[in-house]
Design a binder for this molecule. Structure first.
Ligand code: PRX
Length: 630
């Protein structure tokens, strides 16, 4: 851990170096990794293409940097602690050596099934160690994994199978949600009615009955029989894709964000060690799901590249009771705990009684990710979980950024509630006004852009480079546009204000309003819909849908329930609108554009001043919507 920042002046020194000499800065960090062949040039880039290449012509395999590089030093150290959903079930601990053998064995099985470098493999699995093994086994042989959150519907899965051109799906029979068993394989079967893959491998978890299609479907525990538990990792180019992760944007179709190998590896390890100030022997726990970028970068890759002990939790924060997180922290003596504001707010609602029985003295660092953390939740987290002694790292980043870009360095950067504080080394931020002029100096507010490449940045959108350029590199010339609004205060600290585009953030899950509208419109009685976010006490933002329907066949209540079910079926339960208001018309301009600004005000309940409505085709519509508001 030689690239560790230890002091605030050390941070400023490193930051300065990373800006004045970025290539030598990153070369120094990358030199601590194992390369099959060292790179020729650190960075080639233009944001016009965009065309970004880090560690050009370097050859490596990311799993060699987790295993071969470290096995002699700490093969017996625990890599993964797995805490099951049911508190009475046995914990699993897997050492680095055991993980290495399991990854090799499963990667050999994948090869036996004809999966090769560059093939896409979908992983649709619960939070069990095999999900991490599946990711690493793909990386071991150069297959590109695409993890799909197991809460997504069959329909959403079909779209991702087709878009990625996946050759195989790795899944499980079922998943535990509290004391319920949810059929996962059955969802895969449904998804495969409209898409095709050569191979499905099913890991046994719940033991529930599943249908296995002969020739296509295989059991995990059977395919590994007879496979060797070692192999030579596939040589990958620095820029070969490591994975695709689908995320929501402002149009209906999810985007397949592509991350490449070397830059992602260097950046996730560097940021993991620095942000969390991880020390060997610490137990680190990130509560995200591996279906999201946080699970990729800070449950699997970052921690394992650092030789850390990473805890994986199968369950939910409230099962069997709302003290579960605190029970797990005590049980495994967790040192770094990384979760989402929505979970904090949900648990805060139960008060401090569920915390009282547990000893949280092991905690050293608390983390927050996924959405802006409000000051009240920050203080509750700091006082009651961190016992007013653990620094909170409020980490701002995105699926597209691959790793944390703005965050305190634990215990080193002075924190301020609700502020992500300062950019990490290598991250050159710009705040711009709507015309794209950079706002310099402090006490400014605008849109957040990044002016210079960083190693783990998005390379392209799978199958659609044009959309990548259009979405991120065209709004402001020569800059990556994040889609977030931001404020830089008088101290130069950054506070993220939330999305400025048509993306909403529900319980830390990113959702495109267009995506939800498309799903609502699938209901046969829906004529048109418009979706906006509104402030929600626990979820951060809730989904509010204004829907025009043919009302001649149903009661309003039945129709609303059916629409919710439709969305759940098409995207997944996470996208279900919190509120649906049936309306007779939507506020549109003369050119037919929906004025969402007005709908947002109605959804928020701030209807006193609707602003200028003179450009509306029919201003009467607004009065009716306000009257009909629930
Ligand atoms: O709006 C920002 C918000 O989450 C968005 C990225 O979502 P996603 O790609 O799903 O990745 C989430 C996990 C990295 C951002 O554009 N966001 C994420 N972290 C924070 C945040 N907003 C405020 N503060 C944060 N710490």
């Amino acid at each position: 851990m030689s690239d560790r920042i230890h002091t605030l002046s050390g941070y400023f020194y490193e930051y300065q170096k990373s800006v004045t000499e970025p290539e030598s800065f990153w070369a120094r960090i990358a030199d601590s990794f194992h390369w099959k062949k060292r790179w020729d040039k650190v960075l080639k880039w233009d944001f016009e293409g965009p065309n970004v290449k880090w560690f050009v012509n370097g050859k490596l395999n990311i799993t060699e940097n987790i295993f071969e590089k470290n096995l002699f030093a700490f093969g017996d150290r625990t890599a993964i602690i797995w805490e099951p959903s049911e508190p009475g079930e046995d914990v699993r601990t897997i050492s680095y050596k055991e993980l290495y053998h399991q990854v090799c064995q499963f990667s050999n099985a994948l090869k036996s099934k004809g999966i090769q470098k560059g093939d896409r493999v979908i992983i649709y699995m619960p939070m069990i160690p095999e999900a991490a093994i599946a990711m690493l086994a793909c990386a071991r042989i150069g297959a590109i994994h695409s993890v799909v959150f197991a809460g997504f519907s069959a329909n959403a899965l079909t779209d991702r199978i087709i878009d990625s051109g996946a050759k195989a799906i790795l899944t499980s029979d079922g998943n535990y949600r509290g004391n319920k068993k949810i059929g996962i394989k059955a969802i895969v079967d449904e998804a495969l009615e409209k898409a095709d893959v050569e191979t499905v491998i099913v890991c046994q978890r719940t033991g529930q009955d599943v249908t296995m299609k002969a020739g296509r479907d295989h059991w995990w525990h059977e395919v590994i029989v007879g496979e060797k538990d070692s192999n030579v990792a596939k040589e990958m180019d620095s820029e070969d894709p490591l994975f695709i992760l689908y995320t929501s944007g402002s149009t209906g179709k999810p985007k397949g964000v592509v991350h490449s190998t070397a830059g992602y590896m260097v950046y996730t390890k560097y940021t993991f060690e620095n942000v969390f100030q991880y020390s060997p022997g610490d137990v680190y726990w990130c509560t995200a799901d591996i279906g999201w970028i946080t699970g990729h970068s800070y449950i699997v890759y970052g921690p394992l590249l650092s030789g850390a002990t990473t805890l994986m939790f199968e369950g939910v924060p409230t099962y069997p009771d709302p003290g579960r997180f605190w029970a797990v922290i005590e049980k495994h003596k967790v040192n770094q705990f990384y979760t989402a504001p929505t979970a904090i707010r949900a648990l805060q609602a139960y008060g401090t009684d569920p915390i009282a029985p547990y000893n949280l003295d092991s905690l050293k660092v608390l983390g927050s990710v996924g959405e802006p953390i409000n000051e009240e939740a920050w203080r509750w987290y700091y006082n009651h979980i961190g016992q007013s002694r653990c620094p909170i790292v409020d980490t701002w980043w995105q699926t597209e950024t691959g790793g944390i870009l703005v965050s305190p360095i634990a215990g080193i950067t002075p924190t301020k509630p609700a502020f992500a504080t300062l950019p990490l080394p290598g991250i050159q931020l710009a705040i711009v006004d709507p015309e794209g002029n950079e706002l310099t100096g402090n006490s400014v507010e605008g849109n957040l852009c990044i002016k210079y490449p960083w190693p783990s940045m998005i390379r392209t959108l799978w199958g659609d480079h044009g959309r990548c350029k259009e979405t991120y590199f065209s709004t402001y010339k020569g800059m990556y546009f994040t889609g977030d609004g931001v404020k830089r205060d008088h101290d130069g600290y950054y506070r993220i204000l939330g999305r400025v585009d048509d993306v909403i953030n529900v319980s830390g899950h990113r959702m495109g309003t267009a995506e939800v509208e498309n799903a609502i419109n699938e209901h046969p009685l829906v004529i048109e819909s418009a979706v906006v976010g509104y402030p929600h006490e626990v979820k951060g933002q809730g989904i509010y849908a204004f829907v025009i329907c043919d009302m001649s066949h149903r009661t309003e209540e039945n129709l609303i329930n059916e629409i919710k079910e439709t969305v759940s079926k098409i995207i997944g339960p996470i996208a279900k609108p919190d509120k649906i208001q049936i309306v007779s018309g939507l506020p549109k301009t003369r050119s037919g554009k929906i004025m969402r600004r007005i709908l947002r005000k109605v959804a928020e309940g701030s209807t006193d001043n609707m602003g200028d409505t003179s450009t509306l085709l029919d201003p009467e519509v607004v009065t009716k919507i306000i009257e009909g508001r629930k």
